[in-house]
Design a protein around this ligand. Sequence first.
Ligand SMILES: Cc1ncc(COP(=O)(O)O)c(C=O)c1O
Length: 383
Amino acid sequence: MTELRIPFFRPSIDDDDVEAVAGALRSGWLTSAGNVRAFEQELADASGASHVNVVNSATAAMHLALAGWGLGPGDEVITTPYTFVSTATVILHTGASVVFADIRDADFNIDPAAIERAITPRTKAIVPVHFAGEPCQMDEIMALAKVHDLKVLEDAAHAIGSAYHGRPIGSIGDATAFSFYATKNITTGEGGALATNDTELSDAVRQLTLHGMTRDAWNRYGPGGSWRYDIVNLGFKDNMTDFAAALGRSQLRKIDQLRDGRTRAVMRYFQNLRHDEHLQLPAFDPANQQAWHLFAVRIRPSAPVQRDEAAKRMAEKGIGVSVHFIPVHTFSAYRELGPWGPGAFPVAENAFRGALSLPLFPSMTEAEVDEVCEALHDSIRGV
Ligand SMILES: Cc1ncc(COP(=O)(O)O)c(C=O)c1O
């Protein structure tokens, strides 16, 4: 196996990040405290939401939002099959049912017309996913939610720093989940956040994040704290450490710079690949701001070499690639759960057949993009 010359992702951690974490470690507070609270405020300022709850993953953020709204057995939640599995699994963990709606061929985002067809009297919420950082059709989705009295939880694991028609992602739906996983646009190693304008939801999520407890550690062990607490509901354990939040704050200060690095690489990809007749490049709406979390191309059926073999050839040439996404309804654990045999979501299944995500990270150079493009050009032609 050749060592990868260009990895799929290379983290952007600088001395400021290291110093921020070291400072938090030296402060004497390891669990959630001042850095978590400050990170919440700074994320609220950046995303235009009035409340942010910082937690330990986007998965937790989505689960807490659905639990905070009290969803459970008998309820239905509509989402896309073209996502990471946790978007759907958190719905099932509340006891509600998942209803998938197919995607749009152009940008792999959930199709509002498919959402509309999937709505029943049991539908309680819609969970759109901003694939690769390109915002979904939020005007259409919010209009449907209004007519049918549904909650909208945006899975913005890819979309911190994106904006839909001038509005930052985080300020549109009833709640929005961000991810700070290692490869995400800003990272805390593992981490996530829920942004919302709904004070009641934010309060419920704060309690559910920490066992349903009335006092967090700061309020028990901090100045003037008290040991006594009550448990007012059956909660979870999803909080973030203070040193992870210190890393998140340092990363958030550089979010524009990190996005600019990704955007430069993406523009070079477009320049190099736009005339390749065997590739479909990602569609994006110029009225939006893209976080460019991924650069996901589709190898067209006309290509002499198809995706699996092309991905293998890329790896042999020292280029790290990935595939986003294996449609959720095709996984073993999901196959038995719903009315969705092969062919149930043809647009998603077709997108997956050719999908290939190319290396993309803020420090990627033009020479690296050129090398990836050359390797891709050859791989899909069997060279
Ligand atoms: C679309 C999408 N949603 C949710 C997640 C889960 O994020 P986390 O790892 O922070 O729970 C991911 C992670 O890769 C993702 O790509």
